[in-house]
Design a protein around this ligand. Structure first.
Ligand code: SF4
Ligand code: SF4
Length: 431
């Protein structure tokens, strides 16, 4: 695609990066076929190609964002399905991230919208606040039918009971059982601690059982993805910088072989820290190193090549491949291979490349489109007559579970059970 950026604009490194991405797009439109929002609305401006045009027009002409472009960018899930489909290697992720920052800086959203986005960026990233928010949501649940659509959607996703904080999520070191094979830091995250602490508990049991020393580093927390996707670049960089500092302290003292992430939406962001801080002389080297040792938990388990005992039950498992895992990190085979090795029957979900509608805060901010995608995903899952659904991302687990009675678990919960851990409560009819 031809571009006509004035040279002065290209002195900004982010603008220069976006211009390079725009030039790579040949406008072929292959990406439209797999874009969930285009499939739903049929509007070219809700397709990757249409959005790329809108972004080009806005950035190249140094224009502030307007309501039209903001609407179409807000409708983008950042699922990155278009990046998997694109034959020209267009890095839509970095382009839309830059465009969102531009929108945030140049467009004055209506006040309620601004307040909601700021509240989400603040509360979801802080487990203590989020837990409080979940408790208030439970109290407000009887009023759900009377509330505006967005607030009703939030209540629908909140669990009936808020689980208590887990001791696993405090800063500490979990020694490896037997000979130590790896020393890793676990990103224990933010929303996951509040919504489903069983996932971090299962991750620690599983890794330590197979000879991995697990550190929950003092000072590490939210990866910054939630703020990042809301275009709040400063907040996002603050979270990321705190993690980089916390993990670098560990690297420089006891050493770290890997940083393990069990929420793939966060993994995509941590793996991008090197790029996020590439122009920061104080942090660029540490950020690049952190990114280089960041791994999804399924990658680390595959690397360990552990012998799995016989499965505790021959279950049919619908494997939902989170967009951030399959499109963002290109991890498609490891989780299926692990499930099969542990004795489960792994079933691919039809239309598996299409997002479930969770997408960070998308299901809270765009409930209509998110619900349509949730219904489509659940209908596809229910064709499989599976005993349970497994995914590697909390957002997907919450989104899918809100639309079906089939238990929806994290991969590590099943693998932990298969290797000697407790049976997941969700399979016993619990939480
Ligand atoms: S598939 Fe790639 S090159 Fe083609 S229109 Fe989409 S982003 Fe551009
Ligand atoms: S990230 Fe997903 S929703 Fe956004 S343009 Fe690409 S395919 Fe469409």
């Amino acid at each position: 695609m031809q571009t006509h950026f004035p040279p002065a604009l290209l002195e900004n490194p982010d603008m220069a990066q976006s211009e390079k991405i725009l030039r790579a797009c040949v406008h072929c439109g292959f990406c439209t076929a797999t874009c969930p929002t285009f499939l739903l609305t049929g509007d070219e401006l809700d397709s990757p190609r249409g959005r790329i045009y809108l972004i080009k027009e806005m950035l190249e002409n140094g224009r502030p964002a307007d309501a039209r472009i903001t609407r179409h960018l807000d409708r983008c899930l950042s699922c990155l399905g278009c990046m998997t489909t694109c034959p020209s290697g267009v890095n839509y992720m970095h382009l839309v991230d830059h465009a969102r920052v531009h929108v945030e800086k140049t467009y004055a959203r209506p006040l309620p919208e601004r307040a909601l986005r700021s509240a989400l960026a603040f509360v979801l990233a802080r487990p203590v606040w989020f837990r409080l928010g979940l408790r208030l949501s439970a109290l407000a649940r009887p009023l759900q039918g009377l509330l505006p659509q967005r607030l009703a959607a939030m209540l629908a996703l909140a669990p009936g009971e808020t689980p208590p904080a887990s001791s696993v999520d405090r800063p500490q070191v979990f020694p490896a059982q037997g000979a130590r094979r790896l020393r890793v830091a676990l990103l224990n995250g933010c929303a996951q601690q509040a919504l489903d602490p069983a996932i971090n508990e299962a991750t620690v049991r599983l890794l330590t059982r197979f000879g991995v020393e697990v550190v929950v580093a003092e000072g590490a927390g939210c990866c910054g993805a939630l703020a990042h996707h809301l275009g709040k670049t400063e907040a996002s960089r603050d979270f990321a910088a705190r993690n980089i500092d916390a993990w670098t302290r560990e690297i420089e003292t006891e050493g770290l072989d890997r940083i393990v992430i069990n929420t793939s939406g966060c993994g995509t962001t941590v793996k991008d820290y090197g790029l996020m801080f590439r122009n920061d002389p104080a942090l660029s080297k540490a950020a690049a190193h952190v990114a280089s040792i960041a791994r999804d938990v399924s990658e680390v388990l595959a690397e360990l090549a552990v012998p799995w005992p016989a499965a505790p039950a021959k279950l049919r498992i619908a494997y939902h491949s989170a967009c951030s895992l399959q499109h963002g990190q290109k991890i498609t085979q490891e989780p299926i291979a692990l499930l099969e090795a542990a004795g489960f029957e792994a079933l691919a979900v039809p239309e598996g490349h299409i997002c479930c509608g969770s997408a960070g805060t998308y299901n809270l901010l765009q409930p209509e489109l998110a619900e349509a995608l949730q219904r489509r995903k659940v209908a596809n899952i229910e064709t499989l007559s599976a005993d349970a659904v497994v995914a590697g991302n909390l957002g997907c687990i919450t989104q899918i579970a809100a639309g079906t009675n089939i238990p929806v678990l994290h991969l590590v919960e099943l693998l932990d059970w298969a290797s000697g851990g407790p049976k997941p409560a969700k399979l016993s009819g619990g939480a």
